[in-house]
Structures are given as structure tokens and as C-alpha cells.
Design a protein. Sequence first.
Length: 414
Amino acid sequence: MSWSKIFTFLLLIPFAAAAQDDVDVFLIARNTGAKELANGDTIRVFGFAESLGEQPGVPGPTITINEGDSVHIDVWNVSQGAPHTIHLHGLDVNQENDGVPHLSWDIPHMEHGFYNFKAPHPGTYLYHCHVASTIHVQAGMYGLIIVKPSDGSNTTWEGGYEYTSDYSYFLSEIDTTWHTDEVLLHAHDTTMTVHPVSIPVFDPQFFLINGFSDQQLEEEQVAYNSTVNQVDHIRLTNIGYCGTRVIFPAQLNAEIISSDGRPLSTTEVTDTVYIYPGERYDILSQPDAQFNGTIQFEYFDLNTLALKGTQSIPAEVSGFFSVGEQTIDPFSFSLVPNPTNGIVSVGFDLAQAQLVGIRISDVMGRLLENLPAQKLGHGSHSILLDLQNYSTGAYLITVLLDGVSTNSEIVILD
């Protein structure tokens, strides 16, 4: 067979890569929303909805996509005269799809605008209207964008950190004096790059997490719940006009792994994260003790650094986990010998649950290998784990029990 025929044949063979999809997103931009505040008052808001009969939420719908997806956003503007756009904040898109009106285009009343892009690196991003953005963002025209790995797994990015649960905390504020017709219904001149609008000094009275504050946070179950040694992913996003100081309980062992959708070359373990307007941070938590506490959010003025308001959400870590309808003690196991020259026996008792597999990670929690139970040839009390192909160092061994990640133990390979 000639080389040309071989080459032609190879072109016809599909590559064994993760599936990349066409994702269609439909958003309706509206100027006639209403939001109930924690004190029972209702204010006017702008926002995005997914149907005409839906009240636009603050924030708008979360867009979740996978790396490599071809994303098509159709925005229908039904806002009675006010133009709108979608700015894809932090995403690597071309100028035409960036949503800054005078550098691309805007969407007039009763017309559709279409944004097209290929989903970039996994991470946390956001979208918002960029027409008179100071006003329209405060009015409520924003939402979260989550890009997951190409396989949609609970991993931060390909070759990154594996986690069990994913939490998103979207931070903003509301100044009710900005939610009046005098401010929101200003004239729009599409030929001008700057809209001269008289607005009051920004002095927020309500401080929001995912659009809620105070007792609403309990009603909407905006809380962190985990178990000892479970790895969780926490996304922090700030779209407000204040800075926010987020204080984690020390028992969570919070670790910053990514900033603005890009992995950090050096991660940072810290109990306090400062997040400013437009920023996003990805945090890993791995609690080391059972406790009941709170995650604190302190909103401060960017000019004076004065504290403007606080919020807190419950943070509960259990020392137990569920298998089916049972609640059992944390699963423990032994590694013998440890240190090892390559072959280690993982000893356990499976009287209460079924083994799913073994996970091998480096000491930073990055997944190296996931071994399903059917490949382990295990008995009811032990598994022989072969680490001879690994280089000298320390590794985390995690037993996966009925889909629940249990305690991790360190093995030293010498």
C-alpha cells in the first residue's frame, strides 16, 4: 500500500478524544424584574431569564460547559428600549464576541444577539451586560460561567485536583437608591461612548451571597457541608463594588489553586482570601476535623477600607458518612510495609460496604491513577498495590467506598 493511501486511511479513523459538544444557551434580557430583599422590601431589577414567564434572577442563570465545547449564546432583548450585551468576563474570545458595545455591537429592543466561542481552560468565569455597565451590573445583569474539563468530571482541570463536591459563592451588594426609575430608566444614546447619568454615591445596604443575604441564606440553604478528609472545590466570584474578605475556618485547610480561570504555579494554603471586583478564585478544602462553624464574608469600601457589612454561612464537617441508607464510622485502612520498596498491602475490613477502587495522588492532591475494584483482584481484607513504576517519594492512597472518598493515607516509596 502506498504512503498516500495509508495517510488517506488514517484521516478516516476517528480520534479517541473526549467528546466536544455544540452547546446552545438562550437568555432573555429584561428590565422589569422584581427582587425581594432580606427585610421584606421589593426593588426593581434588571436581569436574565431563560423564558418569558420566568422572573429574571439576581444573579442570572449559571452557564456550565466543558472545555472544548462550541458555545452559542442567543440573547433576546425584551427590555423596552434599553440596549444590552453579554460581556464574557475572563474568557478568551475575539473582539466581536466580547460584548463591549462600542468595540463590537449591542442588542436593541426586541432583537437577538448571538455570541459564539470555544470554551477555554477549565475554571470560574462570569458574564454581565456591558451597556452602562456601572448601572446595569448593579441592576442585576450578571451570572456565573463554569468551565469543567472536557470529560465533565469533578476535576479542576486535566491532570489537576479531583474533588467530591463543588460550591460556588457569588458576591455582590445592593444599594436600593440605585434601583429607582430615575437611575435605571436613563436615556440611551447608542452613538455615545459615555452615558452622562446622575447617580447617588454608592452606599449599599444589602450584602449578597448568590443573590441572598441574612436569613435568606439559611432559607436557600447556602451552606458548606462536608466530611473529614473529603476534598471539595469552592469557587469565589466578586461582581460587586466592594472588596470582600473571606475567612475560612482553619479546619478546612483552604488552599488557593487558581486565580481568574488560570492555575497558580504555586498554591497557597490560607484561612483568609481577599477578592476584589471582577476577580475569581478557586479554592480546595480538605477538613481535618469534625466541627460546626461558619465561613465569614466581610465587605469593605475600596477607598477607605472601612467595613461596610458582613455575612456568614454555616460550615459543618461530619466525622461520619453515608453508605446507602446506613451511617457508618469513617473508613480506615493500613499500609504495610510503609516505607515500601514498591509493593504495599492495603488492609481493610469491608464488612459494612463495597469497595469501589483505589486512588493514587501526589502529596498536593493531584490525581495520578484511579484503579477500579475489578482491576485490583481484592479479597475482603487486603489488596496488594504495585507502586514499582512510581519514582521515589510520598504518595496519597485513598480507598473509594461505595462512591464516597474516605480517609487518605501517605505511603513512602524508597
